[in-house]
Design a protein around this ligand. Structure first.
Ligand SMILES: C[S@@+](CC[C@H](N)C(=O)[O-])C[C@H]1O[C@@H](n2cnc3c(N)ncnc32)[C@H](O)[C@@H]1O
Length: 419
């Protein structure tokens, strides 16, 4: 609809139209133009350029607020175990949830740490999001059924109060969290404030292009203590390893720590050489460890580096294994193998396509759409992905988007026939 609006969103919050799809942005712009009673996109653009309030409203309209309590539960268990196993941390332990959306994630962190035996004075959680609308909901902290999905959350009962229209984390849980409206790319760690021991940055990097992902991980690296953990979403688990982090290999937690800085002047790795040969840019390392204050870390762990140049055969065999598991209905196993594949071999259209199929078969339509979009982002002509995404969108009633994909598919097939 308007390249200028797409550019504004990319520069303001990192949102990449190629990843989320222009239709998502068009929809938000139409919604805002209606709200402003405007019919001319040029006039709306001028309004956007001069009104801070409108820029915030457009951001509110375009972001994906999807979140729920204990989403990817293993991440919370891993953090509790990590903090229990790391004696000598300065108190209070500092945790950051960015983006926190409507608050389910930071409140889940607080509950899981209470469950693990930490006292209120032992930890503090900062929770950041760019959407004023989401933060208003987070501060109200009243949650309906949609915020509690899957899994047995019975253990949480004692941490919630029944209020008229839903459940509210009790005062003890709410007191642990400070909400801050800020943009990941603009927020500055307050002077004198220590580094974070844990950063949750989940389900945000997927909306960024490669450069913006690097920029985000570079910023987070500057806020994270040397022994700290960074947690990302399952669909993002291939990203940190290419930006100066190493996986701690805790299954289904998607947890990373900053890589040690190499000493001396080592030979470039085969990975670096292959990047150079392909004319690609080398990922920026996260800030040097010496810029960070030393923190006690009494039980250093030896983490095996994930091989960076896996054999093509092993990657293909791993994809085939995922496909076999999915084909025979072993979806949990297929998911687990796909997550491991992503961590080990990095993002590719094939793995995102398979992850899309698995989520689709599992009834997780939103997740399937995200995975299919990521596959198309890496390989816009991936015919199977175009077909499956089209069917899924059709089933969800988005006929216009389904038709557009069918058109793309028809053109690809036409091209194939000609060649
Ligand atoms: C899908 S939610 C993720 C919430 C939670 N971390 C989770 O995984 O359940 C994405 C959130 O990112 C926020 N967001 C998008 N761009 C942002 C930015 N540049 N800075 C801070 N928050 C941002 C949106 O407002 C939205 O609430």
């Amino acid at each position: 609809m308007s390249d200028a609006v797409e550019l504004f969103l990319k520069e303001a919050i990192g949102l990449h139209s190629g990843t989320v799809g222009s239709s998502v942005i068009d929809h938000a712009v139409k919604q805002r133009m209606n709200a402003c009673r405007m019919t001319d996109i040029q006039i709306y653009r001028q309004h956007l350029a001069t009104s801070f309030q409108e820029r915030q409203e457009l951001i509110n309209a375009v972001i994906v607020p999807e979140t729920w309590f204990f989403r990817d539960r293993e991440a919370f268990a891993t953090v509790s175990r990590h903090l229990q196993a790391t004696p000598g941390l300065d108190r209070p332990i500092r945790l950051l949830s960015v983006p926190c959306s409507t608050g389910e994630e930071p409140f889940s962190i607080a509950i899981s740490l209470f469950e693990a035996g930490f006292a209120a004075e032992d930890f503090r959680i900062d929770a950041i999001d760019v959407s004023s609308q989401n933060l208003e909901k987070a501060e109200r902290a009243i949650y309906g059924r949609n915020s509690f999905r899957g899994g047995d959350l019975g253990f949480c009962a004692g941490y919630f109060d029944n209020v008229d229209v839903g459940l509210q984390p009790n005062a003890r849980v709410r007191a642990q969290v400070t909400f801050i409206r800020a943009n990941l790319f603009e927020w500055i760690l307050p002077i004198g404030q220590g580094f974070y021991d844990i950063i949750f940055c989940r389900n945000l990097l997927i909306y960024f292009d490669r450069d913006t992902q690097e920029k985000a991980l570079h910023r987070l690296g500057g806020w994270l203590s040397p022994a700290g953990l960074l947690l990302v979403g399952p669909g993002e688990s291939g990203i940190p390893a290419t930006c100066g982090y190493v996986s701690i290999r805790s299954p289904r937690a998607f947890a990373f720590r900053k890589a040690e800085r190499p000493t001396g002047n080592p030979q470039p790795s085969p990975f670096a050489r292959s990047i150079a040969a392909a004319g690609m840019r080398r990922p920026k390392p996260v800030p040097a460890m010496k810029e960070m204050p030393a923190r006690p870390f009494s039980t250093p762990r030896i983490i095996k580096e994930i091989p960076t140049v896996p054999s093509v055969d092993r990657a293909a065999a791993s994809l085939a294994a995922i496909e076999r598991a999915a084909d025979t209905g072993r979806l949990a196993e297929a998911r687990q193998t796909a997550d491991a594949h992503l961590t080990q071999f990095g993002p590719s259209s094939e793995i995102f396509y398979l992850m899309g199929l698995i989520s689709d078969a599992d009834g997780a339509a939103e997740e399937a759409i995200q995975n299919y979009r990521k596959a198309l982002y890496l390989a816009p002509d991936h015919a199977e992905t175009l077909a499956h995404l089209g069917l899924l969108l059709q089933r969800r009633g988005d006929s216009a988007a389904a038709r557009a994909l069918a058109g793309r598919l028809a053109k690809i097939e036409q091209r194939k026939r000609k060649s």
